[in-house]
Ligand binder design. Structure first.
Ligand SMILES: C[S@@+](CC[C@H](N)C(=O)[O-])C[C@H]1O[C@@H](n2cnc3c(N)ncnc32)[C@H](O)[C@@H]1O
Length: 310
């Protein structure tokens, strides 16, 4: 007998994706409801929430799966270097003969999957941040630059929620060029600037990084944050850097901790990146010349809002 519709529903409800409603004897078919987990996989236009299914599609792509199969070989290279010389390439590059962003550019379907994944995550996180922590952008902030802001999803959400804030996205020239070529620069609410964050960051009251710094080494982060410090106002009201990233282990929730550690593993497999603990972040901020920071875990997510002050 092939797998039936019913078998699938039983499997999914046993796995916590659906919950079966207790039915009366008269009802022929059981009824299933969404759970907290599966609500994240469907849009809820009435509740004003968009889903993250595109992000899961990216993470379950064959490109990721094949990369993770090279983990053993990668660990062997790391062991051979006895910690002194790290493996030359991350498992993703070992598997595909090219770096992650090269494959994003080379494979049209994977590139589209990446774009949709990042946009869906940005919609999801910015909805929560604007609703629950909006004061981060409201208090004295008149301009924001979203560094590595991709297609401007986060910047557009900020511009819509705070019309008095001027929003700019700094992106690599090829990303900005592709958006202009596709005439996808939107409604003009956001300005796009082409450049390299290691060299220049446009001046703003708040310099934003979302899902960007975890790809860079500690040394690169210090350099990028020094550029950010030059970009933010040092006159009253002083500017700040706002980072939306994982702060590993700053949670008592076991599921969030597991998800953070899996993200750390994913960054290692895909990009030579890493998620950081508060201790590592603190050192980076101080080395970049900042004096203080404030970490606010974003409720129900793996990420935190980190405000960093000159
Ligand atoms: C993981 S994506 C995050 C995109 C967006 N912040 C989000 O969360 O949806 C990292 C982005 O950084 C951009 N990027 C990488 N290196 C950069 C650089 N040197 N200067 C500016 N942007 C860069 C990439 O093009 C990419 O869009």
């Amino acid at each position: 007998m092939p797998l039936s519709h019913h078998d699938l529903l039983v499997l999914l409800s046993t796995s916590g994706i659906f919950i079966e409603e207790t039915t009366t004897k008269q009802e022929a078919e059981p009824r299933y409801h969404l759970t907290t987990a599966s609500r994240l996989l469907v849009d809820d236009p009435i509740g004003g929430r968009t889903c993250v299914s595109n992000l899961l599609t990216l993470c379950s792509s064959p490109f990721y799966f094949t990369a993770s199969q090279n983990l053993a070989e990668w660990l062997k290279e790391e062991d051979d270097g006895a910690g002194a010389t790290p493996a030359a390439r991350p498992p993703f590059e070992m598997a595909h003969g090219a770096g992650f962003y090269d494959v994003v550019r080379r494979d049209v379907a994977f590139g589209a999957c990446f774009d949709e994944a990042m946009a869906s995550d940005s919609r999801f996180v910015s909805e929560i941040v604007i609703r629950e922590y909006g004061e981060v952008f409201a208090d004295g902030v008149r301009s924001v630059v979203d560094v590595g802001g991709h297609n401007g999803t986060t910047a557009r959400a900020i511009a819509k929620a705070f019309p008095h804030v001027r929003c700019t996205v700094l992106e690599l020239p090829r990303v900005v060029g592709a958006m202009m070529a596709a005439e996808d620069d939107g409604d003009g609410a956001v300005e796009f600037v082409a450049g390299d964050m290691r060299e220049f960051i446009p001046p703003a009251d708040a310099v934003l990084f979302k899902c960007v710094l975890h790809k860079w080494s500690d040394e690169d982060c210090v350099q990028i944050l020094k550029r950010s410090k030059e970009a933010v106002s040092t006159r009253e009201p002083k500017g700040k850097v706002v980072i939306t990233e994982v702060v590993c282990q700053k949670t008592s929730n076991k599921q969030i901790l597991q998800a953070q550690l899996l993200m750390d593993l994913c960054m290692m497999v895909v990009l030579e990146g890493k998620e950081r603990t508060e201790e590592t972040w603190r050192k980076i901020f101080l080395d970049a010349g900042f004096t203080r920071y404030k970490i606010t875990p974003i409720s129900g997510t793996t990420r935190s809002l980190i405000e960093v002050f000159p």
